[in-house]
Design a protein. Structure first.
Length: 243
């Protein structure tokens, strides 16, 4: 074997065993890095806010949502949406009267349906052309965004928000209770924007409602048969109590 042939073989060997097999570990590292960056920015900002008396606000949210998956491969098409919810705690740190850094920790149940127009494999089993598959996904979601809001007028105000969200997969199924972890990526990243209103219910407490659109950035599926990027999109009807 020549030196060049051996070198090429070693490179292919490295990428196969170090790249292919450890892709989930790489995705996990990306998630933790993303989360650490968000936590660092948030904690630093909150700490600085504590010194100059900036305001902190927290909210419990329970938000219904509609989600779907879309692919950039013309042999794969979106084949329906799923209803889910997003619940947990959100936190805002105001660095000015009407501007805040917004983050939180929520559980997100989401997913979508895809139709594969040509034959392939799913969880190692062959499937026929025009087969449908359902992806039911549950994530831990950590958002980081900028929130802008108006002053109250007759007990009511408005807000807008935009930013990024990191989602870490904790559970999957195919709609029939069967695990499909092997067909999905462990980490997902999206951007979001939207707005809504808040209504005072007395004291410092508010009811908030709005609509937020989430557009996926990274590939949510991991089907080895197709070279595609399938992203998760969500339309969230944001409901919560601010206290």
């Amino acid at each position: 074997m020549s030196k060049n042939t051996k070198k090429n073989f070693d490179i292919k060997y490295y990428y196969y065993f170090c790249g292919h097999k450890n892709i989930k570990n790489i995705n996990m590292k990306r998630f933790f890095l993303f989360t650490l960056i968000m936590l660092f920015v948030t904690i630093t900002s909150f700490a600085q806010g504590g010194k100059n008396g900036s305001e902190y606000r927290f909210a419990f949210v329970l938000s219904p949502q509609v989600s779907w998956i879309s692919s950039d491969n013309d042999k794969i098409e979106s084949n329906g949406s799923l209803f889910g919810y997003n619940f947990g705690v959100e936190a805002d740190k105001f660095f000015a009267e009407n501007y805040a850094i917004s983050t939180g920790l929520t559980i997100n149940t989401t997913g979508g349906k895809l139709k594969y127009k040509q034959a392939g494999k799913f969880k190692g089993d062959d499937f026929e052309p025009n087969s449908d598959f359902e992806y039911r996904l549950k994530y831990i979601r950590v958002p980081l965004g900028l929130k802008l809001q108006t002053n109250d007028f007759q007990r009511m105000g408005f807000y807008g928000i935009f930013g990024l969200s990191g989602l870490f997969r904790i559970k999957t199924n195919n709609g029939s209770g069967k695990n499909i972890d092997s067909e999905t990526n462990i980490f997902n990243l999206d951007y979001h924007f939207g707005g809504g209103a808040r209504v005072s219910v007395g004291g410092d407490s508010y009811i908030k409602f709005g609509i937020v659109y989430n557009q996926g950035i990274t590939d949510v599926t991991d089907n080895k048969t197709f070279d595609d990027k399938a992203v998760l999109n969500r339309l969230v009807f944001n409901l919560g109590v601010i206290f």
